[in-house]
Ligand binder design. Sequence first.
Ligand SMILES: NC(=O)c1ccc[n+]([C@@H]2O[C@H](COP(=O)([O-])OP(=O)(O)OC[C@H]3O[C@@H](n4cnc5c(N)ncnc54)[C@H](O)[C@@H]3O)[C@@H](O)[C@H]2O)c1
Length: 341
Amino acid sequence: MSKKVLLLGGAGFIGLNIARYLKEQTDYQITIADNFSRGKKDEYLRELLEGQKVSLIEGDFTQPSAYDTLEKDYDQVYMLASVVGVNNTLEIPHEIIRINTALIFNTLEWLKASSVKKVLFTSTSECYAGTIDAFGYKVPTPEEIPLTIQDIGHPRFTYAVTKMLGESGFLNYSRKCGFECTIVRYHNVFGPRMGFKHVIPHLAQRFLAGESPFLVYGHDQTRSFCYITDAVEGTFLAMEAPGSNGEIYHIGTMDEITIEELITEAGRFFGYTGPYENAPTYPGSVQRRCPDISKARKQLGFTPKIRWQEGLKLTLEWYKEFFNSGKESFETSFEKPKVNV
Ligand SMILES: NC(=O)c1ccc[n+]([C@@H]2O[C@H](COP(=O)([O-])OP(=O)(O)OC[C@H]3O[C@@H](n4cnc5c(N)ncnc54)[C@H](O)[C@@H]3O)[C@@H](O)[C@H]2O)c1
């Protein structure tokens, strides 16, 4: 029998790719619910909606009434809806708090009254960025790291505060309210159609605009970039694995690289031969980030397959074509030095 799946926030970057992946499998009936505050009604969504397997519900799920449009008996719910992005935390921190907590609380209350079997909540490495900075915790970083907010009043931490609420909320409602729950913490997922407020689309835009010397913000900071198809597979495995109830998984790769390496590789792609110049990134950006994914490997059989260079090439090709086609980016793009990594 086919499984009924709801993707809340499913028109966004990761959600749309999970929906595509599920559509290719034999037995999933997929519903995407989104308010299109970030997800787009573009050709990729239209293509996904072709046929009988995927349907769309449009609504603002910060409103409890929006949940009346959903069914009550999904086998699986992927909870992806959220306001994301470092720029947003700095510009609209009060909205991050309002929207993300409302989405979490309303979804939990709806789950309490429904017969959904399993939920996956999407969290972030930002929840422990403060632990690395304040306490020098180990990198690569495993799931049991304590979560830290270094400065409770700083707008930057609003996103992490809401994701911590989500982790605690979903795990604890799940135990009391009769549904299973798994948390994934993503680590720098990237790929085509990821939006424009991220270091990789910024790079494409800046190289195409002919910036020279090319400024390298936070050159010695490290990240590990996870290509979207690997992130989707890890998420799917976390949802499907019978033993994953109540567990948290770090989803990413252990290929830790510097921002300088990332940028010079992108420069090679664009044929840039000019000089590079190091520049400071904005304060509060974590110096090192790399997940330990041993738990996901062992318990889920998660094996990232796309090396960062290959993923970068695929992503830059997409953005190059996008910008060269004259299409408008659907978000404000590069504003130095708010580099969102
Ligand atoms: N992309 C990453 O590297 C990354 C890293 C860490 C965590 N995450 C988490 O994974 C999830 C998906 O991330 P993404 O990169 O696809 O982000 P995204 O912004 O592309 O997707 C989020 C979706 O939620 C929708 N949404 C927002 N408010 C809503 C509302 N009130 N009602 C209904 N829908 C609403 C947006 O329109 C968007 O389509 C998010 O929860 C994010 O916090 C992503």
